[in-house]
Design a protein around this ligand. Structure first.
Ligand SMILES: [Fe+2]
Length: 264
């Protein structure tokens, strides 16, 4: 079985209205530039995983713009919701014709499980009991292959007080499931708009920069970072090991700035 190339993009925060900006950034243009950089010849992915905050305005229009941006890539696109998303709209618009909403998948000799941690009206995340049961069920169904689990909220603190305050409330229950399933190799998340890595036993817990604006690591309150938009590549090898790298655009898109009226 050949190595599977997986591309993770996260937190594009699209709007139905092309004139709207997030932290001063044209998020659709920023996503376009990230995909252009990540899809260069020779490194084309076999699949794309998008770990939430696809839309920022709870509109169907934002998901329509996302579909149009991704459908030309010609590979399956796996999506899950973030705190800024509307899971109902997402499930209607992003679960057909090349797009999958949550659930599980097989990618060559690897498995993928996509979780919903969305809590209506809240910035923090939670894995509902039914979703935890579904995770156990899907991991059992994929017990013969190494697995990547995707979710929006990182299951562990990342060292930024304000972001850790809106993290995954029941991360301990998620980690308990990992402890019982030693075929899970990686957990990939978004939400924190920065690169971070931790471990749980042999499982690598990874977060990935946003395709738009980044938050500075290690801060008590929201501080914008001057790092450019980014993405993550994962090379999933047939022996169950994997390599991963974060890629960055060569320059900022727009001028990211804190905007105190913005909700988190
Ligand atoms: Fe986000």
């Amino acid at each position: 079985m050949p190595t599977i190339q997986l591309l993770q993009v996260t937190d594009p925060h699209l709007y139905a209205d092309p004139a709207r900006r997030l932290y001063g950034v044209d998020t659709a243009e920023s996503l376009r530039l990230v995909l252009e950089a990540a899809l260069v010849d020779g490194l084309r992915p076999d699949a794309i995983v998008v770990t939430g905050d696809i839309g920022d305005d709870l509109s169907a229009g934002a998901y329509g713009r996302f579909r149009r941006a991704l459908e030309g890539c010609g590979v399956p696109v796996y999506c899950l919701p973030g705190n800024h998303d509307d899971p109902v709209s997402m499930a209607q618009l992003l679960d057909r014709r090349g797009f999958q909403y949550c659930g599980r998948a097989r990618l060559g000799g690897w498995g993928l499980v996509l979780l919903d941690t969305h809590v209506p009206g809240e910035a923090h995340g939670l894995i509902a009991d039914a979703e935890l049961q579904r995770l156990e069920h899907d991991l059992h169904a994929l017990r013969d292959v190494p697995v990547v689990v995707g979710l929006h909220h990182p299951p562990v603190p990342v060292g930024s007080e304000w972001l850790d305050g809106v993290g995954l409330l029941n991360g301990d229950r998620f980690l308990d499931v990992l402890d019982r399933n030693d075929h899970v190799r990686a957990v990939i998340a978004g939400h924190v708009h920065q690169q971070f890595e931790s471990r749980r036993g042999s499982v690598r817990l990874l977060t990935t920069p946003s395709t738009c604006a980044q938050f500075a690591p290690g801060t008590r309150t929201c501080v914008m970072d001057r790092r450019p938009p980014g993405y993550r590549r994962l090379s999933l090898h047939d022996d169950g090991s994997f390599d991963t790298q974060v890629g960055w655009l060569p320059a900022l898109v727009g001028e990211p700035r804190d905007e105190s009226e913005l909700r988190r």
